[in-house]
Write a protein that binds this ligand. Structure first.
Ligand SMILES: Nc1ncnc2c1ncn2[C@@H]1O[C@H](COP(=O)(O)OP(=O)(O)OP(=O)(O)O)[C@@H](O)[C@H]1O
Length: 302
């Protein structure tokens, strides 16, 4: 379990995290979603014991982080946003360097290196120089380095940035496998569809604040009132107000209602009865990306 209570972090006058409170259960994939500069990396670096100077209380595996950094580091695998590999060395030599940092040697190290290279789909390239790898392969190597010591918790900071589609899918498969093995995965991204597909729970973060967190289903239930989109030249806003909250949008009207099927049925009956032609009449739900925009006033990407 990871627990964050009232975490504040500033760099000089710049506030990076502003009273962050989070609970992440064991064995889930937790997504941290926010735009550039939201505070995702700062939060991940605090949890990975890279940033030691912060205010508030952080617990990892039920242990206070400040007093237990050495034991917590052994349970954690951190995949930074930057590629941390020596290009002039082979993949296996890079891994061997990280393995020794984790205290692995001899057969244990060899076994661990073979295992992670298979996991990230680069076993056949293990003797090649990292400089000969594509950007996506280097990202997968970055992940392999963090998995060598078989950590219980894996923290990945935007692992798909600048990655080709094939490596991206590989990375998603690696994360799904880690989840099946019962690992806790903390994953940051500014692509909502990534966290929607991978994560059990998510936190929406903007300007150092967690604006919402929980399971995707809970967040949608709380914020995504169903609505009906109506496009018809024969309809005015005043004709719809009895059915729910009406917003005029570019091509028509959005009617928010808790009873979308009934309202659809009622509207269809009125259109038929009055012989009004309709271009579009459909039920829609606000997406997580719409919810993020409503809660923060910020788009996830420029
Ligand atoms: N070393 C630093 N010195 C000064 N300010 C920093 C430093 N690192 C981060 N910041 C600032 O802290 C805020 C949060 O940055 P952080 O890197 O945590 O955001 P992020 O969500 O990870 O962004 P990105 O998606 O671009 O990586 C930003 O305003 C950033 O400019």
């Amino acid at each position: 379990m990871i627990q964050l209570n009232h975490i504040h972090k500033h760099y000089g006058p710049r506030v990076a995290l502003d009273d962050v409170n989070l609970h992440i259960s064991n064995g889930i994939c937790f997504g941290l979603i926010g735009p550039n500069g939201a505070g995702k990396s700062t939060l991940m670096k605090i949890l990975s014991c890279i940033l030691e100077d912060f205010e508030g209380e952080a617990l990892v595996s039920d242990q206070p982080l400040r007093e237990n950094r050495d034991s917590i580091k052994k349970k954690l695998g951190y995949v930074p946003q930057e590629i941390c590999l020596e290009e002039k060395l082979t993949a296996i030599d890079n891994l061997s360097f990280f393995g020794r940092i984790y205290g692995l040697k001899g057969n244990d190290l060899k076994h661990a290196m073979d295992k992670v290279m298979k996991k990230v789909g680069l076993y056949d390239r293990r003797k090649d120089l990292v400089s000969s790898f594509s950007g996506g392969m280097k990202r997968r190597m970055n992940i392999a380095c963090a998995l060598l010591h078989n950590p219980k918790i894996i923290i990945l900071d935007e692992p798909t940035v600048g990655v080709d589609p094939q490596s991206r899918n590989y990375i998603f498969d690696i994360i799904k496998d880690l989840k099946k093995e019962g690992k806790t995965v903390l994953y940051s991204s500014h692509y909502m569809e990534e966290v929607e597909n991978l994560c059990d729970e998510i936190a929406l973060i903007d300007s150092g604040n967690i604006v919402e967190y929980g399971s995707i289903r809970e967040i949608l239930k709380k914020h995504a009132t169903p609505s009906i989109f109506v496009q018809s030249e024969g309809i005015k806003k005043k004709d719809l107000v009895t059915f729910g909250e009406v917003t005029e949008v570019k091509d028509g009207f959005v009617v928010e209602t808790e009873e979308p099927l009934k309202v659809m049925d009622d509207l269809a009956s009125i259109f038929i009865e009055k012989n009004i032609s309709v271009e579009r009449l459909e039920i829609s739900k606000r997406s997580l990306e719409d919810i993020f925009l409503t809660l923060t006033g910020t788009s996830l990407r420029d």
